[in-house]
Design a protein around this ligand. Structure first.
Ligand code: NAP
Length: 263
């Protein structure tokens, strides 16, 4: 028996993208909107979220919610389902890296903040989305991991551990939430954003030379993969992590000897 070929369209779907006032999240929100989804995007600041939403135009709304604030997360999910009547797509994109330097030099506060934002928040938001809508009606979750979760490098060890755990969490949630909900991740390489600024700003030529596709990533290079995993084209894919890095992981060593805040 054949099933119809998948469509790129997200017409009629509703998405929440966390951490989307700029960078990869903003580009992902734009890609989802371009395919027809209505989008609620978040930031720690309601003003920045609303400004980003305005920059994308109709069908996009901004919502202030720190990713680890359970009340704010619940309010955002309730707002989305209350306003649009559904929540089909969740992109857990908010991330942080306050723990720069050797792992054994980190204190508990920096470790906990990294794990809270990068690992606990995706659990919290997925739980809320599944209970509010997806568990009954179906949905797709996309987590923003990193090639750092698939490799090791100096000075960004705690961040990389958090992203490795997020990749494992993606598989675990996929197992627990199927068949209603698909859960996948993207693993970007070094992308030109504020979070990764210290990795590329002084080293862009070196990063480009170490990248088989010859240049640093731009947020828009990653966004299409988010839309793909959220959509019908990925309808039989779950628990996977899609590397989107211009080949940086193949080449290895892009992060070696660089000072930075994590990719
Ligand atoms: N850039 C890279 O090279 C790279 C590579 C691999 C993976 N990643 C991952 O990609 C994701 C996005 O990062 P980016 O590179 O696009 O960085 P970015 O341009 O600095 O954007 C980070 C976004 O997250 C928001 N944010 C930060 N902390 C938050 C929190 N606690 N709660 C809610 N929102 C929060 C920021 O908004 P406000 O400041 O307005 O709150 C901003 O919109 C992260 O998960 C990061 O780990 C990045």
């Amino acid at each position: 028996m054949t099933s119809p070929a998948p469509s790129d369209s997200l017409e009629g779907k509703v998405a929440v993208v966390t951490g989307a006032s700029r960078g990869i999240g903003l580009a992902a929100a734009a890609a989802l909107r371009d395919r027809g989804a209505r989008v609620v995007l978040t930031s720690r600041s309601a003003e920045r979220a609303e400004e980003a939403a305005r920059s994308l135009g109709a069908g996009v709304t901004g919502f202030g919610a720190h990713a680890t604030d359970e009340d704010a997360a619940r309010a955002c999910v309730d707002f989305t389902v209350g306003t649009y009547g559904r929540l089909d797509i969740l992109v857990n994109n908010a991330g942080t890296n306050p723990a720069y330097g050797p792992v054994i030099d980190q204190d508990h506060a920096r470790f906990a903040k990294t794990m809270d934002v990068n690992l606990w928040a995706p659990i919290l938001w997925t739980s809320l989305a599944v209970r509010a809508w997806m568990g009954e009606h179906g949905g797709a979750v996309v987590n923003t991991a990193s090639i750092g979760g698939l490799s090791v490098a100096q000075d960004v060890g705690i961040y990389h551990v958090s992203k490795a755990a997020l990749i494992h969490l993606t598989r675990q949630l996929a197992l627990e939430l199927g068949p209603q909900v698909r859960v996948n991740a993207i693993a970007p390489g070094i992308v030109r954003t504020r979070l990764a600024q210290a990795l590329w700003q002084e080293n862009e030529r070196r990063v480009a030379d170490a990248t088989p596709l010859g240049r640093i990533g731009e947020p828009g290079d990653v966004a299409g993969a988010v839309a793909f995993l959220a959509g019908d084209g990925a309808r039989w894919i779950t628990g996977e992590t899609l590397v989107v890095d211009g080949g940086q992981l193949l080449a290895g060593g892009v992060l070696d000897n660089s000072s930075g805040q994590g990719s």
